[in-house]
Design a protein around this ligand. Structure first.
Ligand SMILES: Cc1cc2nc3c(=O)[nH]c(=O)nc-3n(C[C@H](O)[C@H](O)[C@H](O)COP(=O)(O)OP(=O)(O)OC[C@H]3O[C@@H](n4cnc5c(N)ncnc54)[C@H](O)[C@@H]3O)c2cc1C
Length: 299
């Protein structure tokens, strides 16, 4: 197969954090066939979609990455939406709006792909992937075959899915929403966007969304605000001034700067509030000694 591949590829500009060194090989499959071929032929590849929930090592990665961003198949048959893993959630949201279907409004506000969104059971503004997903076509890494998982088999809960166990890779998924009016859907999208722009950084300020997950019945942002995290920074990695659960890259932040800052945020909340925050952002790639030390505590 003639699959696009780039060697010694600097991944930084593909990540929303604008951080990351060189990757040995990055593959860009354009179809399900190409993706399945790569999943069969490469050893332990790292699968990435929009790279909006990750911190990639500034020292790079000596392995294979499969980037799904060119797998863009998206259709609607009058009842269900079918989306390949590289489709952006915002594209699904637009197609749902055009067809007067509600349930996907939340996805218009952040950059995640369908693969990343299902992996994380992404959610916002009272909606989540688990509300509309019907089934998922996955590659079973153990048995090296393609199968379908039902919604129940995906074991979706707050920012969790069975994909996180590492046995399956999402190829595509089917969704079904509820009928509404374009007016209602547009209104909800505009409200979501307005509430976000008041508190969260746009991608003009490179970031990877919420740094820590919300502890049960609590808010990571609130806990961090209470300990004064909004003034924390490590070199060019700074806590966002309007929301203490976001870190922005002010220019030349490295992965070690971000991890050092995360460690500072984590340690202060643990010391002053007695709560151990769990990172939502995932770290990939080579680790310096200090990064290894911090990751052992945080992850
Ligand atoms: C400004 C901003 C706002 C955000 N707001 C929200 C929000 O409101 N709610 C929310 O939930 N998230 C939010 N996020 C975080 C992020 O967009 C989501 O977590 C999204 O689901 C990640 O998707 P992705 O394609 O970028 O995944 P990536 O960052 O590329 O990968 C994330 C994880 O998913 C895995 N993965 C990706 N594709 C596949 C696949 N096909 N099969 C198996 N595993 C896969 C990767 O291996 C990795 O472990 C925000 C991020 C930003 C930058």
């Amino acid at each position: 197969m003639d699959i696009e591949v780039k060697e010694n590829f600097e991944i930084k500009n593909l990540t929303t954090f604008k951080i990351g060194g060189k990757v040995k090989r990055v593959f860009f499959p354009k179809s399900e066939d190409e993706f399945v071929y790569l999943l069969n032929e490469t050893e332990n590849p790292l699968i990435l979609g929009s790279c909006s929930d990750i911190l990639f090592s500034s020292e790079g990665y000596d392995g294979d990455v499969i980037l799904t961003s060119k797998m863009r198949g998206l259709t609607f048959d009058g009842k269900r939406f079918y989306a390949e893993c590289g489709v952006k959630g915002s594209e699904l949201s637009v197609l749902a709006l055009k067809n007067s279907v509600s349930g996907f409004e939340f996805m218009s506000c952040f950059p995640g792909s369908i693969g990343g969104n299902v992996y994380m059971n992404a959610g916002a503004h009272g909606q989540a992937i688990s509300d509309t997903i019907i089934s998922a076509h996955v590659f079973d890494l153990k048995n090296k075959n393609v199968k379908t998982l039902t919604k129940e088999e995906l074991e979706l809960s707050y920012r969790k899915s069975i994909l996180q166990n590492g046995d399956y890779i999402l190829i595509s998924a089917e969704f079904e929403g509820v009928k509404s009016t374009q007016e209602e859907i547009s209104k909800r999208i505009e409200e979501n966007k307005a509430s976000r722009s008041a508190t969260q950084p746009s991608l003009k300020y490179p970031n990877a969304g919420s740094v820590f997950k919300n502890p049960e019945n609590n808010s990571a942002g609130k806990l961090l605000e209470e300990i004064g995290a909004k003034s924390f920074k490590v070199n060019d990695a700074e806590v966002w001034q309007n929301h203490a659960n976001f870190i922005v890259n002010k220019g030349n932040a490295t992965s070690e700067d971000v991890l050092e800052l995360m460690y500072k945020m984590y340690s202060c909340v643990k010391e002053k509030q007695g709560i151990k925050l769990k990172p939502e952002v995932k770290f990939f790639g080579k680790r310096s000694d200090r990064e290894e030390e911090i990751c052992r505590i945080l992850y």
